[in-house]
Design a protein around this ligand. Structure first.
Ligand code: FE2
Ligand code: FE2
Length: 297
């Protein structure tokens, strides 16, 4: 209900304007928060990019909440306790993951102990770790983060759609501000998840394929969407791995030990702006730091 005397006076003179000013006024009073989501951090080079860019990004873009996918931080496979703690220290509220998180033995213990380190919720339930978290952020309430993994061209784990339904219903009992990291290979499965959760979550962002896609948008129901946020790591590589070794694997069709690349490091992320009382996304902005040079060097 509007109580501003200037607007009430305006309504008295121009009754036709009443609806329009009510809409404009409610928009004016609606507050928003900026949430930063950092795509798959690959190796120490990726962590360097987070160290370098996160502090200034937080300040310059008024970031209230940070999520980062850490499945590849430890030489491409999983995340060490030290790396996880450093990310938290740098201001990352929630670390999400995916298929590679399981590739080191220590991770089960770490995930069982740390509620802020997520694994996809649709891995069979008796696995270690948590698939979602709800984090208080002061006056703006709390933010829910849900991690899911696709099944197309990946392990046949539990249904991500049914798991999403179950988890989102539970999270929405506490907050409408919900970000989903959908760690999946197939573009179609990711787009389908965006439409499945449209209007029920603030954002569905894709991870795992390590290349930022050009389809960031807010779906009509107020859900921000991007098929893949992209990799935070070395781009003089094949998805973070040394080019020569990746080529050998393709050409010889036999196993060759992967090693991390180190050069041309970029941070890939999105900033999602969300209305606080409703959880609806206002915008999604893809970021690459430093930006890629498109001219020949
Ligand atoms: Fe990844
Ligand atoms: Fe992955």
């Amino acid at each position: 209900m509007i109580s501003d005397p200037h607007i009430l006076e305006l309504h008295a003179h121009f009754p036709n304007l009443q609806g329009e000013t009510e809409n404009a006024t409610s928009k004016l009073y609606m507050s928003t928060i900026n949430i930063l989501f950092i795509g798959d951090i690959v190796g120490n080079a990726g962590l360097d990019a987070v160290r370098l860019f996160l502090p200034s990004l937080k300040q310059q873009r008024d970031i209230a909440f940070v999520i980062a996918n850490g499945e590849n931080a430890m030489e491409g496979k999983s995340i060490s306790e030290k790396q996880y703690l450093e990310l938290r220290e740098l201001g990352v509220h929630i670390v999400t993951s995916g298929n590679h998180i399981w590739e080191k033995w220590h991770i089960k213990k770490l995930m069982a102990a740390e509620a802020e380190l997520l694994r996809p919720a649709n891995y069979p339930r008796d696995n270690a770790g948590h698939g979602y978290a709800i984090v208080p952020i002061g006056a703006a309430g709390s933010v829910g983060v849900l991690n899911l993994q696709g099944r197309t061209f990946m392990s046949p784990i539990d249904c991500p759609f049914r798991t999403a339904e179950w988890a989102v219903d539970r999270i929405r009992e506490q907050t409408p501000i919900i970000l989903v990291d959908f760690h999946a290979e197939a573009t179609a499965e990711k787009i389908a998840m965006g439409w499945f959760l449209e209007g029920r979550v603030s954002a569905v962002v894709g991870t795992h394929t390590h290349v930022q896609t050009a389809d960031a948008k807010v779906l009509p129901g107020g859900t921000a969407y991007i098929t893949d946020v992209g990799m935070t790591g070395p781009y003089d590589s094949v998805l973070g791995m040394r080019k020569d070794i990746a080529l050998r694997r393709f050409i010889k069709q036999t196993p060759h030990k992967f090693e991390m690349a180190t050069d041309d490091v970029h941070l890939s992320a999105v900033i999602v702006t969300v209305e606080v009382p409703t959880g609806k996304a206002v915008s999604i902005e893809p970021i690459t730091l430093p930006e890629f040079t498109r001219d020949a060097e």
